[in-house]
Ligand binder design. Structure first.
Ligand SMILES: Cc1ncc(COP(=O)(O)O)c(C=O)c1O
Length: 453
């Protein structure tokens, strides 16, 4: 059922452009490519006000894990609405917040025992960064530096942006940011000629070891996106590197913050990416898919050791005085509980594995393309690195913005894809069918031709 707006797409676009300021957008771009007004959504599909349908190839910014309007989550939200809408979480509690914390701790890698809620990914990262510094301080150590990875992305509030390596996003605010210590990404795509992925990873760990050694006593935490650095271009690394990173953090006694905001809840083929390296971070940041894409919510899971560093009489001044008004909102927690429950029957991870393989196989023919430098995949995330020349890996000049051509081509063919620069990536919902995956890749392959033409 499509809710028709007076004037269809054109009517809503006109209203939109006279009042809205869209996120992550140069509004001038809408003169050539207006925003797509979405009237309704179901499963993996969005429908606009003219009745055109779009396959959501990126799960609406990686949030709608099970597709749109999954009936179990819709029902859970409805039931919660009939009981409790919202209550502050300071000095008050409610069942969905407690039940979700219990569930998240049961699902997460072993050794995490406390849950602190926030309401978006960037805020979760802020919480983890602040908690880490504050935990050290409460133990009498003044540590105020973070180690961040090149190509990493952790959000756009000032703390999260500080540990984010996206020049365009960072540059205007540089004077306001806390400069981290930068370590090179273990991304295998960065290999020297003849170097294996394992060799790159080992080299990167040696560099990091030396960096942590040089800054002993200064570093509070290393922050990482486990297995896939998403917004930085879907750069992927081997779980062994992650295991090595955990060992280094232990050896140098610094916290490890695992930002699984994009990769958590099955996206990499396991419930959490950290599982593939058999590690437990000191902080696990979750958001995006946590509610199945229905409502904003975030959670930071941490250890008893961190929690105990704050637990004292009020006079000690050790409390973690951080809050957001909608922290642990009951309706969002109810949605998250319903979304987590969808993993219970044990079929979802198998489905992700099957869809991932299908995606990988569909992309395989692109490997030999003269403008494709790399095709990579982890679980149900895949990326195609489009360049001017595959042999030398020479990129197109960024100002040519060729990725936009693919975006426009895909929309014209009923698919939502949104390349990161010239990296064309896919993160379809878990409810996708094999045929939909193939059709999406076929559209992307046509789009790549428009990019390189
Ligand atoms: C790994 C990672 N961390 C943090 C964030 C920030 O989340 P939010 O956009 O909800 O602030 C994102 C968003 O893309 C992300 O991918």
């Amino acid at each position: 059922m499509i809710t028709k707006a007076p004037g269809g797409n054109a009517g809503l676009i006109a209203r939109d452009l006279s009042v809205l300021w869209h996120p992550c957008t140069q509004m001038h771009d809408h003169e050539s490519l207006p925003p797509v007004p979405v009237a309704s959504a179901e499963g993996a599909w969005l429908t606009d006000f003219d009745g055109r349908r779009y396959f959501d190839g990126i799960s609406s910014w990686w949030t709608c894990l099970f597709g749109h309007r999954h009936p179990a989550i819709v029902e859970a939200i409805g039931a919660q609405l009939g009981r409790l809408d919202h209550v502050l979480l300071a000095g008050f509690s409610h069942e969905p917040a407690v039940a979700l914390a219990e569930r998240l701790l049961a699902m997460a890698p072993p050794g995490l025992s406390r849950v602190f809620y926030a309401d978006n990914g960037s805020s979760a990262v802020e919480v983890a960064l602040k908690m880490s510094v504050h935990a050290w301080r409460n133990r009498g150590q003044k540590r105020s530096r973070f180690v961040a990875l090149t190509g990493g992305y952790h959000g756009e509030t000032l703390g999260a942006l500080s540990v984010t390596d996206l020049g365009l996003y960072r540059e205007p605010y540089r004077p306001l940011l806390v400069e981290p210590l930068w370590a090179n990404s273990p991304d295998a795509y960065q290999a020297e000629p003849g170097e294996s992925a394992a060799q790159v990873a080992a080299r990167r760990l040696d560099e990091l070891d030396a960096l942590l050694g040089r800054h002993a006593g200064e570093v509070a935490a290393v922050i990482v996106e486990p297995l896939v650095q998403c917004a930085g271009g879907m750069r992927m690394h081997h779980p062994d590197w992650l295991a090595g990173l955990r060992r280094l953090c232990d050896r140098h006694e610094v916290h490890l913050i695992a930002d699984e905001i994009a990769v958590g809840f099955g996206r990499t083929g396991t419930l959490f990416a950290c599982e593939q390296a058999a590690i437990t971070p000191d902080f696990l940041c979750l958001s995006k898919g946590i509610t199945g894409g229905f409502l904003p919510l975030a959670a930071v899971l941490t250890t008893a050791t961190v929690y105990e560093a704050f637990y004292d009489h009020w006079r000690s001044g050790k409390a973690f005085l951080h809050s957001h008004s909608y922290t642990g909102n009951p309706i969002a927690c109810a949605a998250a509980l319903a979304s987590c429950a969808l993993f219970d029957d044990g079929t979802v991870l198998a489905r992700i594995d099957a869809l991932g393989r299908q995606l990988g196989a569909a992309l395989e023919p692109l490997r030999g393309h003269p403008n494709v430098a790399d095709v990579r995949r982890t679980g149900l995330i895949a990326a195609v690195e489009v360049v001017a020349d595959a042999g030398s890996r020479r990129p197109f000049p960024p100002q040519e913005r060729r990725g936009r051509r693919l975006h426009a081509h895909a929309l014209a063919h009923g698919v939502l894809l949104r390349p990161l620069g010239d990296v064309v990536y896919f993160m379809p919902p878990y409810c996708s069918t094999e045929a939909e995956i193939d059709a999406m890749v076929a559209v992307a392959a046509g789009g790549i031709e428009t990019m390189v033409a």
